[in-house]
Design a protein. Structure first.
Length: 591
């Protein structure tokens, strides 16, 4: 039998399930995130063009419930209603989630049969509610539902929101058939509530909590209330009801606790769930992988960790456990930035790298403590093996969270052997290096610094002696920042004889090699920090003619005297045509 031979009443029954919009858990839902923001793989309007019969039968079903969520939708609906005035007669339930400008007046004016109206009191700062305010007096709903949430993150328009409230107050006196009022949590617009009480037609109130219901019962004392529905019941509500007014108790109704778990009503949508929906099902495997990698990059907080490795971020491990596919794509981002907060993390990391040697090229930053507890140095060697970490850009030797005290970072030193292995395996990629090393037993050649071809920042804390017979003058070509907290005098002598063409920032404890270092590199420096109690300041600007920032760190006793009388410390010796800033401190700081 051809489908056109079916009675239109039967066709209507067939199409109703797919065009129907459930009321309580969808149309009347007032949760913060709109249920209509969900993605649907197909539009209900696709059923209308099947044939003329379907168009004629389905059009009233489609326009029975209208949801407006954007200016474009409001404009399109306005044009449709102007072209076909009969469409407005089909609209029974209207949900407006914003202001949406002048078209709203035409929509409300063209829809005389609206019985259920959902209005949002949150309006974007760029939105206009002029049409909505002008159109509210033109309708006469039986049920009014307000949507409002206080933790509204986007910029709001207070004047527009106030205009909506004033229009509601003016319209309330004309709504002589308003029987049902549904309110969100913390609805405190008393003038509006009082206006609804004065029309004396309400017989049903729907609220989120028992405390709200009790408060509204005293406000709507002039209305012929028949029911006060509480959509969310907490465990002790039944006990609290016993202490309420008998009239209030007789009106009180609780929603089904088995189907209402959150404030605002039933939590589940009765729209088709499309459980067989697969994201990007039609995309090629290559496109899927590119998109998922980008999603996982942000889901694993890689940008946040790149900014600060000690950032407080949500747990990331559950993302790797979603599926084997997620694990394969996300593993590289999970290990891009590594913070070893406990020495027990070291063997675990080594085990992961040994099982997945391809991960080594994806590791960019490592901060933490490793190696000191392992006497044979196995984990140091495995971690620094060239096949495991070939792309390191930042390496911080020696800092660790003390077990049991996550707020304290202790300072430990690792072996010189681990440092040598690091230079051999990833010296060409390192851009920032912080070293707190044990002193080598024998003098070493400064030629080891030739491996650092990309190093921009070096923080040195080690008493190792260097052999000054062969010094590579072209070593550390990209070094921009140098901080020396502890060193053998030969270390600074070696750096003095290097060219260091990119050096601009220096933080250094004073010793006898300091003047020679400044004579060699002072003309390039723009930011100098020194221990000024031991170095004659009058030579600073002579040796560093381009200096812009000068940091002076004094012993605590001198700093205390300087705070009382800065004259002996801040004098004409600190006059320079290029100096822009002086930083004073009570102790020497490396970074």
């Amino acid at each position: 039998m051809a489908i056109n031979s079916l009675p239109e009443e039967l066709i209507s029954e067939i199409l109703s399930p797919v065009l129907h919009v459930p009321d309580e858990n969808l149309f009347a839902d007032i949760e913060e995130i709109s249920r209509f923001a969900e993605y649907l793989p197909e539009s209900p309007s696709e059923y209308l063009p099947v044939c003329k019969t379907w168009m004629r039968v389905a059009t009233p079903l489609l326009y029975d419930v209208v949801v407006i969520r954007s200016k474009a939708q409001a404009h399109a609906l306005k044009q449709a209603l102007l072209k076909n005035k009969d469409l407005g007669l089909f609209i029974k339930r209207l949900r407006v989630e914003g202001g949406y400008g002048a078209p709203m007046r035409t929509i409300l004016q063209s829809s005389p049969h609206i019985s259920d109206l959902v209005i949002s009191l949150n309006v974007f700062s760029s939105d206009s509610a002029s049409g909505l305010c002008a159109g509210l007096p033109l309708v006469n709903p039986k049920r009014l539902i307000f949507q409002e949430f206080r933790d509204f993150q986007l910029p709001k328009n207070p004047l527009t929101e106030q205009g909506v409230k004033e229009a509601m107050l003016q319209s309330a006196s004309k709504w002589n058939r308003l029987f049902v009022l549904k309110l969100p949590c913390f609805f405190d617009h008393f003038e509006m509530l009082q206006a609804f009480n004065e029309i004396r037609t309400l017989h049903t109130l729907s609220v989120a909590s028992l405390s709200t219901a009790s408060r509204l019962f005293s406000i709507f004392k002039d209305c012929p209330l028949q029911c006060i529905e509480v959509t969310y019941r907490v465990p002790d509500d039944l006990e609290r009801v016993g202490n309420k007014d008998p009239t209030f108790r007789a009106l009180l109704r609780f929603a089904d606790p088995d189907s209402s778990d959150i404030p605002g009503g039933v939590a589940h949508s009765s729209r088709p769930l499309y459980l067989d929906f697969i994201p990007m099902e039609a995309a090629t495997p290559e496109i899927k992988e590119i998109i998922w990698k980008r999603v996982l990059y942000f889901a694993l907080s890689v940008p946040e960790l790149e900014e600060d490795l000690y950032n407080d971020i949500p747990p990331r491990l559950p993302i790797l456990l979603v599926s084997k596919y997620f694990n394969r794509l996300a593993l590289r981002y999970y290990y891009t930035h590594i913070c070893l907060k406990d020495h027990n993390h070291v063997p675990k990391l080594v085990a992961v790298l040994e099982r997945n040697p391809w991960l080594g090229c994806h590791i960019r930053r490592v901060l933490g403590y490793f190696g000191e507890y392992d006497n044979d140095g196995r984990y140091e060697y495995c971690f620094m093996n060239g096949s495991l970490t070939t792309g390191l850009e930042e390496l911080l030797f020696g800092d660790a969270y003390e077990p049991g005290d996550k707020s304290y970072i202790c300072r430990r030193h690792i072996s010189w052997r681990a440092f040598e292995i690091a230079m051999e395996t990833c010296g060409s990629t390192l851009q920032k290096l912080t070293t707190r090393l044990c002193t080598a037993s024998l003098p070493v050649s400064p030629a080891i610094f030739s491996r650092f071809t990309a190093l921009r920042s070096l923080i040195w804390e080690c008493g190792t002696e260097f052999d000054l017979d062969e010094i590579p003058s072209a070593a550390l070509p990209c070094l921009t920042e140098l901080s020396v907290a502890e060193s053998d005098s030969s270390f600074l002598v070696a750096l003095t004889r290097m060219k260091l063409p990119s050096l601009r920032t220096l933080a250094l404890c004073y010793h006898e090699s300091f003047p020679d270092f400044l004579r060699s590199h002072g003309t390039k420096l723009v930011d100098v920090t020194c221990w000024c109690d031991s170095f004659p300041l009058e030579h600073i600007f002579e040796l560093c003619p381009s200096i812009k920032i000068l940091g002076l760190y004094l012993p605590h006793s001198s700093f205390s005297r300087m705070r009382v009388d800065p004259g002996p410390f801040i004098s004409e010796n600190l006059i320079s045509s290029t100096l822009e800033k002086i930083v004073l401190g009570p102790s020497f700081l490396v970074a």
